[in-house]
Every structure is written in C-alpha cells, then in structure tokens.
Design a protein around this ligand. Structure first.
Ligand code: WT7
Length: 629
C-alpha cells in the first residue's frame, strides 16, 4: 500500500438558505454529531425506537472485533415497518410507488395496494416451499413486482439476492450458485430504449448451470405471452390469483440475514455482501429520513435500479420505512429523448431527486436546453451517489437542475456499508468536490497505512473506525474475505477508497486505492485528474490510468469523451494538458490523451479503469462479468 501524499485543495463554498436548517430533521449537524459521540449506543437506541419491534433488544451493540451484533435479541420484521404500520397508521391511501414506464404510462400503488400484493406474493413463495433462511434470486426489470418480490421474501424471512436485470447469463448463474438459491423470480422481458431485453432467455441460459433452482416464477409482460415450462415454471399472475392477500409475517431476529447482494465489481470479482434485518432497518430508515430530510408530502425519486444497494436501501427499505412516495422509472435517461427525467420531475412533482454523477455528466453533454424546457420548481433536495461528484458536475446540477435553491447531498457509502456514511447534511455549507463530513452515527477518517490520522491536505485511506448498524456482517461463504476489510489497516474498516480532509473536516474522495497512480514518486488519485479534465468545456467524461514508464515509474494516460458537437481539433490535446497543468500542476499532466466514444463502465455506471489499463497494456482484464456491454 502507498503512504499518505499531499493534495492541493481548491475550495469554494455554497451557503444554503438558513431556513433549510431550521426546518430540518437534523437542524444542527455539529450538535447532533457531538451528541452521537457522547453516547453512540444511546444515539442508535433512540433511533431504533422509531421503528416497531415485537421484542426489544437487550443490548444495542455487542462488538467483538471485527464482528458486530446490533440490537441483540431484538425481534422485528422490516416489512412490518415498511407496510403494516403505515396501513394501520393512516397512510393506506398514500401512493407508495409511482412507476413510470418507457412508453409513458404511470402506475400507482398505494401503501394498502403494496401491502396486499406483498402478502399475496409471500403466500405464493410459501406455496412453492420457500421458508425462512432459504435464498431466492430476483432477476427482474425495474417494475413494482421487483420490489414486491423483495418485500415478500423479507416478510417470510427468505433471503433475497437481487441480480440487476442488465446482467448476462454468466453473472446470473454465478450469483445463483454462490447463494444456492431455490427459486428464481424473473420476467419475460424488460423494456429499454423502445426494445425488449430478453430476461427470460438469459435466465434460461443461466439456470442450465444452476442445480439449486427448483422453480422459476415468470412475470409475463409481452403479448403473446411466452410459453412456460409446465413443471418448473409458475406464472406470476396465476400465483398471485391463487394466493390470499393476508400473510402472517415471520418474526425475525435483528441479526437474521435479510439479503445477499453482490458488489459491483469495479475493482475485482464480485463479493456476496450479507446484510441483516435489525441494524439495516435502523440505518436505512434514519439516513433516508435525515439525509434527504424527507417530509410528509415529498415525492422522492431515486434513479438507481433496485438491483443495486442504492435501490435496496434508498428505493425499497429506507423510503418505505419512512412512509414516503417513491418514484421508479424503467428505461434509460436518454430515451425517448434526453429530456425524459426532467419531464418526469415536472409531471409527477418530484421534490427529492437522487441520481449518479455518470448520469449528470451525460446530461451535461446534451446541454442545458433539455432541462430548460421543463418546470423543475418542485425540486427541493438533490442527491448524488456512486462516484466522486466532480465540481463541474456539482455546479451544473446545482444551478441548472436545482435552480440554485436546492441543497445537494453528495452521499458517500458502499454496498458494504448499507447506508450513507459521509455527506453534507441539509443546511450545512456545501463544498463542490467534497462529499462532506461523517453523518451523525458514523466515525470516518483519513489515515495512513498504520491507521494514524493524516493531516488536513494530506491524502490517505478512507476508513471507518467504529461499527455501524447497517454494516455488512460477512461475505457469503467467504468470511475470511470479510475479515480482510477489518485487518488491512489496524483497528479500521478499510473502504478501499483514497480521500483527503480539509481544515474543516470535509472529506474529498479521490477514487479507489487500486486506481492510484504513482508518478515520479507522487501519488495521484484518478478522480483529481479526471475532474480537472472534465472541468474543461470540451470534455464530457474522462478516465485516467497509470502506464509503466522506465523513468517516472508511471505516466498518466487519459481517455476522454467529448461533449456533443466538439471535435478533437489540432490544438485540443495541448490545450487539455495546459488546463490540467494550470489546475493540478505539471505532475498530473497526462502524457497521452486518447479520444474515445465511450468509457468502459460497470452496469451501475462506474468507470472500470482496470479494463482500460488491461487493454492498454495487453494484459488480462480479470473478472469482467459486471462490464456494461
Ligand atoms: C464505491 C462503492 C453506495 C451506493 C452505490 C455504489 C464510490 C460511492 C460515492 C461518492 C465518491 C463514491 C466509492 C465507494 N462512491 N459514492 N458520493 N463520492 N465516491 O455502491 O458499488 O458498493 O460502490 O463507490 O469508491 O467505495 P458500490
């Protein structure tokens, strides 16, 4: 591992409207953080009491490094918190899900509707022999049934493993086999850019290699309806029709597993991250409510797919536990045209909009004309997740989409953390390029390889120093891999990210440690150089890698996509080099710039630098099962 290194920080501050702070769930960040530090267990105890439990916990936390148990002996069911209590508590007619289809139709499910559907499907799963602890694989498009399937599993204590509907047969069968799932829930097709994605065909190819699968439930959307295998397959609608809309729930221990989710694999082979019922419910409920500052009348839209952790935590469990209205939209952000997201925000009156830097940079590439056509005045809070939000994208998001009114919560977290860990809480001053500070409840720091905090302005490893409720409990069938997270840097959970703090404690994430480039003895984070390139008007997106060099150890090579209508004319490469020199200094100037039409990304939208590097150096790229086609 590399040592700490100096980073040049450039700071700009945005002061939000003071009124935001006054009305927020967490009106004073500093005070809330101090309260948490004074009594961490008391802090989480208080939050957990907002949820409904069947039996209280004996202890908030039992910590035997690196194993944590939260809300020890507490009993609950997360679906009771997401559904039953809202239906009983006056929210039964409130829309829980508003689904927007590619062809423009909307489908609304109230909390009561969702509650009934979940119970029907839970009974359906029971009738197929699924019991508490069994694994169920969900491979579906972004439709309400995907969420219903997840919640139905959770209701009866089955462990779901959701596989994003964009994955191919290899990725699907590997995940089914690793989890030994007994039932696969899929659909005939998904819809994407006006075309169908043959999910069932892919699923059939996958299950030819998965001995554990006993039954396949198929949601049939297309007409004429596909033929089903009379023995193995079950039609979703038929299963629902023959199942009762009342299903008693399984009383779950706080530490029972809730789901397995495989990491996105931007830096290595996917790992089956295991999350549990109690701590995960508490962590996602709290962060959804407080980080997005959700109020009664909000219409909340997270553009992720439910198949990622972002969808698990911030489409399904967190938002439903809070009782908000969740928008989901099948399809892509540029179909039928690049104005579709802005039209959905206008038409549905979306107030909270949570998306990813890769999408924001794509919208920037298409220009301001698209969002300007729509009324975005309903928006109140903007969110970002997945990669560093470079200052250029921050500014655009803030001004063009948020009209300079809406705070941006740039949320840093991981599949493994289950919940937000670092952000700028609503009402706090925002610094473009910085995710922000640890949220009340999280102890996050930047350290050297020995675990000692590094000085402000010095880059190092981003670590988490104390257990948190929604933390992963293990890696499925690979607990040794779990321990690696906690024994790489003494006393810390290693996130694998590089970061730097400023004098005020704001954290800037520099990228994955695996992507670090060492040029002439200097450590350079990929995110810094990429951000410098993207801050040039001509550049839409950039990825940089290190290339071995006999003199300097490594030199930087940049892959750049240009904004629509820009050509890499004669002088552009020199100009970009000058631009990086001006912003970051000579050490960070790419030795080579290659213009490309697109960058290799994971299906969740993260740039896969190791694929670029392997191609450049003629090496084996390793596991590329999560690469976008
Ligand atoms: C990795 C985790 C967390 C949900 C989606 C991704 C990067 C995530 C940010 C952010 C800078 C970020 C990190 C992290 N990342 N959010 N706001 N700023 N980097 O989950 O696939 O498990 O990826 O995504 O590198 O470690 P994931």
């Amino acid at each position: 591992m590399a040592d700490s290194f100096a980073v040049k920080l450039e700071e700009k501050k945005y002061y939000p409207d003071p009124q935001l702070k006054a009305g927020a769930w967490v009106p004073d960040y500093t005070q809330a953080y101090q309260e948490f530090l004074r009594d961490p267990e008391g802090f989480w105890d208080g939050i957990a009491r907002d949820l409904s439990w069947f039996e209280p916990w004996d202890r908030v936390l039992e910590w035997k490094y690196p194993y944590a148990r939260w809300f020890v002996n507490g009993k609950l069911n997360i679906t009771y918190n997401c559904l039953d209590r809202h239906v009983a508590g006056g929210l039964k007619d409130k829309p829980a899900i508003i689904w927007h289809g590619e062809s423009g139709e909307n489908r609304v499910l109230t909390y009561e509707d969702l509650y009934r559907e979940v119970m029907r499907f839970a009974n359906g799963l029971l009738s197929l022999g699924i019991r508490k602890g069994d694994r169920v694989c969900i491979y579906m498009p972004l439709v309400p049934e995907q969420m219903i399937a997840m919640l139905a599993c959770a209701r009866i204590g089955a462990v779901h493993s959701v596989v994003f509907g964009g994955f191919g047969p290899e990725a699907l069968s590997m995940r089914i086999n690793d989890a030994e799932a007994k039932v696969l829930i899929t659909a005939d097709v998904g819809y994407r850019r006006g075309k169908t994605v043959p999910l069932r065909e892919i699923a059939l190819e996958a299950i030819a290699r998965t001995p554990s699968i006993e039954r396949v439930v198929v949601l049939r959307r297309a007409s004429p309806a596909v033929e089903l295998d009379p023995v193995r397959d079950v039609d979703y609608a038929e299963l629902m029709a023959r199942s009762a809309p009342e299903c008693p729930l399984e009383v779950m221990d706080a530490e029972d597993p809730l789901f397995i989710l495989y990491t996105s694999g931007s830096t290595g082979a996917p790992k089956g991250i295991v999350h549990t019922c109690g701590g995960y419910a508490v962590g996602t409920y709290y962060t959804t409510k407080c980080v997005f500052d959700i109020k009664e009348n909000d219409i909340y839209w997270c553009t992720a797919d439910t198949g990622w952790i972002t969808g698990h935590s911030y489409i399904v469990y967190g938002p439903l536990a809070v009782g908000t209205t969740v928008v989901i939209a099948e399809g892509t952000p540029d179909y039928p045209d690049p104005g579709i997201y802005w039209r959905i925000i206008q038409d549905l009156g979306v107030t909270i909009f949570y998306t990813a830097p890769t999408a924001i940079r794509m919208f920037m590439r298409y220009g301001e004309g698209w969002p300007k056509k729509y009324d975005l005045s309903s928006l109140r809070v903007l969110g970002s997740v997945g990669e560093p939000l470079n200052p250029e994208a921050f500014e655009w998001f803030y001004h063009v989409i948020g009209g300079g009114r809406c705070p941006i919560v740039d949320t840093w977290w991981q599949t493994e953390t289950g919940m937000h860990m670092v952000t700028t809480m609503i009402g706090e001053p925002m610094k473009p390029g910085f995710a922000g500070k640890p949220i009340p409840g999280a102890v996050v720091d930047v350290v050297n390889r020995h675990g000692d905090p590094v000085a402000p302005g010095t880059g190092g490893f981003l670590v988490i120093k104390e257990p948190w409720p929604a933390m992963l409990r293990t890696v499925h069938r690979n607990d040794e891999r779990y321990r690696v997270y906690w024994n790489t840097i003494p006393g810390c959970y290693t996130t694998g990210d590089l970061a730097v703090k400023d004098e005020e404690g704001y954290i800037m994430v520099l990228g994955r440690a695996d992507d670090l480039i060492v040029v002439a003895g200097h450590n350079i984070g990929t995110a810094e150089v990429e951000s410098a390139l993207v801050s040039h008007d001509a550049v839409a997106e950039a990825a940089v890698i290190g290339k071995p060099d006999p003199l300097k150890g490594n030199v930087i090579k940049a892959f750049v996509t240009l904004c629509v209508g820009v050509n890499p004319g004669d002088g552009l490469t020199d100009e970009l080099a000058r631009h990086v020199r001006k912003t970051l200094g000579a050490i960070a100037v790419p030795a080579e710039i290659e213009y490309v039409d697109r960058l290799p990304k994971t299906r969740s939208g993260k740039i896969m630098r190791r694929v670029l590097k392997a191609r450049e150096l003629g090496m084996d790229p390793g596991d590329i099962s999560t690469l976008e086609e």
